[in-house]
Design a protein around this ligand. Structure first.
Ligand SMILES: C[S@@+](CC[C@H](N)C(=O)[O-])C[C@H]1O[C@@H](n2cnc3c(N)ncnc32)[C@H](O)[C@@H]1O
Length: 307
């Protein structure tokens, strides 16, 4: 039914997001537009939806709907963009993080280790740094921390050293050459899992995904009106931890600060308290949903007076 990307947790995410059908909403990760269309279906004629996607391929998916605008940019600049549009705050934000099935399935994009593509992994063509550049230019220390922190790879240092040894002899060409170069690090029993972790780590580094998410989460309390929702669907533990911390403690580190009455100073309340995961039926239909975790934050009336 969905040829570009099968939207994950579609019904519960949109249900939680739209509290006022005449409100203004942001879908920060438009992709194939599955979530956007479902949001539009819930809005009245007065409602507005502004979507972001940094990938030019999504431009072919714009729905013909006067209530909809697509911004072909990184959502890191959401706050600035809203200021430019003179929109002080919105009723809700949806962020369905990561990459789309379309991006994974197009060989030339270089996101899939099973395809013979280039070592690219850029979501936007305006990004000057590809995965090959990172492999070619980063120090052993930086590569180790990319593999360890973004891919949770147990032999991260060994892998980083192999990369540097290889590149001293020749450039990294395409994905098959890269896999051959690191073959001694890949465990025989679970090669696909290992390669997925390596590719995830490189993709996060190429697209600076953690820095971007951090900016969004810090800006969200200003961008969302009291009573509005922040709905985040994430696909790995680092992303999910940041969102969980924001909703539990009001900061991304997870440190609790309380006021004179012992209440935690935080701009969002988690509703529900824990993450929502797809049902078995959805995972059966769509394997890419299996690692998804959704958290819903309800913007309360607390205002930050200090940092
Ligand atoms: C998981 S897909 C979203 C799928 C979408 N919810 C749907 O229903 O089709 C993630 C999309 O977000 C985009 N994206 C990821 N990070 C982004 C960022 N920082 N700025 C703008 N777009 C981003 C990707 O290009 C990709 O198209």
């Amino acid at each position: 039914m969905y040829d570009y990307h099968d939207p994950v947790l579609l019904q519960p995410s949109v249900e939680a997001l739209v509290t006022d059908p005449s409100g203004t909403y942001l879908d920060l990760t438009f992709g194939g537009g599955g979530h956007s269309q479902a949001i539009l279906n819930k809005l009245s004629a007065k409602g507005l939806l502004i979507a972001f996607d940094q990938d030019e391929d999504t431009l072919s998916r714009i729905p013909d709907d006067a209530r909809f605008t697509l911004v072909n940019h990184n959502f890191q600049f959401t706050k600035q963009y809203l200021q430019y549009l003179n929109i002080p705050a919105v009723d809700g934000i949806l962020a369905d993080l990561g990459i789309s099935s379309h991006q994974i399935d197009v060989k030339e994009r270089g996101f899939a280790h099973r395809l013979n593509g280039p070592l690219d992994m850029r979501m936007s063509s305006s990004n000057p740094t590809s995965a090959a550049d990172i492999l070619q230019q980063s120090s052993v220390q930086d590569l180790t921390s990319i593999f360890k922190n973004y891919g949770e790879i147990s032999n991260a240092k060994q892998l980083a050293e192999i990369v540097v040894q290889h590149r001293n002899q020749k450039n990294f060409g395409n994905i098959p050459e890269f896999k051959l170069a690191i073959a001694t690090c890949i465990p025989g029993k679970t090669p696909a899992k290992y390669l997925s972790q390596v590719f995830q780590a490189l993709r996060i580094a190429v697209n600076k995904e953690m820095v971007v998410l951090e900016t969004l989460l810090k800006d969200a309390e200003e961008i969302i009106k009291p009573g509005g929702k922040l709905v985040v669907i994430s696909y790995h533990s680092l992303e999910d931890r940041m969102v969980k911390h924001l909703f539990q403690t009001g900061n991304l580190e997870g440190t609790k600060h309380t006021d004179l009455y012992g209440r935690i100073e935080k701009p969002f309340d988690a509703t529900p308290n824990s993450a929502i995961i797809p049902q078995a039926e959805e995972i059966e239909r769509n394997k890419r949903a299996r690692s998804a975790k959704m958290r819903i934050g309800h913007r309360n009336t607390w205002k930050r007076t200090h940092f």
